[in-house]
Design a protein around this ligand. Structure first.
Ligand code: SAH
Length: 382
């Protein structure tokens, strides 16, 4: 399939590094990258791409600013700079989300509100974050403001709802720090209940603004199914879901396991995970808020036994504390999901030096047009 050439801001945005390649060429490029970085461990299965690789992002965020003439613009930060590249519609982003962000731009103007400038600490709106449940149809809009004060708040919210009755919840998040992080700590629910619901692999999830949730739901299902196929659970295993986020993989695994423990550092995500277990009436699972490395060290020290470890660390990969305690716990199987084949290669190198063999590696294209690739690896204890 031909990639949609001609995004007007491709160069300045830099988000879609592969947009000049056809989709088939992109997949070949990613396969070659996986073979180069991970091919020494085992044969790499052919990458699973998307049938319709556009508008797949269910989470869209835009930074707001004013140009020299005072026009309000919103979009993404230019790589390694403070400049905002205006984005109106993006081939990776959900279309409705982009429309809502466009409406917020117009509303700011008609309400005479200004984008926030973190240097001068003047103005109001800093970012807009939209999350949409592709299956549930629910939509969350987070207005990230530099000030707590929200002039004409009620009429602004009403105007936004009038333009987009499909919105199910609206929040204000206050972020007045000098930071490149989008969200601040404080959150005020302005409409609805502050969360959205989504369905994934037949389970129901509630998602809060701050918790991590996979951004490409179509491919997430493909990825999780592969991970569970690799784990090949029989109903008797004790499973650890490390770096579990809102608990999605662990909850999905629970129906085929004796017991699952999920470990996650982000407190909001852990709360969501517990709520999600209740919502789906899954009782053989428990979630712990902890650093995954520290948790593993403690588990190894107290002589716990784990049959299968599912791990899905952030881009930096896992750490020595985690990996060396993994060796002590000595699970029969490790299913390692990664969004960065470079750190995965480093971690697999350590594990294969210390008693594990890599049986399978499956790449999945979670982020078409970008140079990111997700992989799932199956390791067995020798
Ligand atoms: N498995 C989940 C989340 C994967 S993203 C899913 O598929 O949805 C990685 C997660 O690791 C994030 O939720 C992040 O908050 C968490 N994390 C990052 N560093 C961590 C650490 N040191 N210990 C535990 N969790 C960590």
């Amino acid at each position: 399939m031909q990639s949609k050439h001609g995004c007007p801001v491709a160069k300045r945005c830099g988000g879609c590094q592969l947009q000049n390649l056809t989709y088939a060429e992109q997949l070949r490029y990613k396969q070659a990258k996986c073979i180069r970085l991970l091919g020494k461990f085992c044969k790499i299965s052919p990458i699973i791409g998307m049938e319709e690789p556009y508008h797949y992002r269910n989470k869209v965020q835009a930074a707001f600013t004013q140009d020299r003439r005072g026009n309000i613009i919103s979009g993404v930060y230019q790589a390694a700079s403070h400049k905002i590249v205006p984005v109106e519609d993006c081939m990776t982003e959900d279309k409705t989300a982009d429309e809502i962000i466009g409406t917020v731009r117009k509303l700011l103007k008609s309400f005479k509100l200004k984008p926030y400038n973190p240097d001068t600490r003047q103005g109001f709106l800093r970012h807009v974050l939209v999350k949409r449940g592709f299956k549930s149809g629910q939509i969350m809009v987070v207005l990230v403001t530099g000030t707590r004060e929200f002039p004409k708040r009620r009429s602004f919210v009403n105007a936004l709802l009038q333009a987009h009755p499909e919105i199910t919840t609206i929040l204000q998040n206050i972020n007045n720090r000098r930071t490149s992080m989008v969200l601040g700590n404080e959150e005020i629910v302005l409409y609805g209940d502050g969360k959205i619901e989504e369905e994934l692999c037949g389970l129901h999830f509630r998602i809060s603004a701050k918790a991590f949730y996979q951004i490409n739901p179509t491919q997430t299902e493909v990825l999780y199914k592969k991970a569970l196929e690799f784990a090949n659970l029989t109903g008797k295993e004790t499973v650890l879901d490390a770096y579990c986020g809102t608990g999605t993989i662990g909850l999905f695994a629970a129906k085929d396991a004796e017991f699952v423990v999920g470990v996650e550092l982000n407190g909001d995500a852990v709360q969501d995970a517990r709520e999600n277990a209740k919502r789906n009436q899954i009782k053989n699972i428990r979630f712990v808020k902890a650093d995954a490395g520290e948790f593993m060290v403690e588990a190894a020290r107290s002589g716990e036994s784990v049959d299968v470890v599912l791990m899905d660390p952030p881009r930096a990969g896992s750490d020595k504390a985690f990996l060396s305690s993994l060796l002590t716990l000595a699970p029969k199987k490790v299913v390692y999901i990664s969004c960065n084949p470079e750190t995965q290669a480093r971690d697999l190198f350590f594990l294969t030096k210390n008693g594990y063999t890599v049986k399978k590696i499956q790449p999945v294209d979670m982020f078409p047009h970008t140079n990111h690739v997700e992989t799932v690896a199956l390791l067995l204890k020798k």
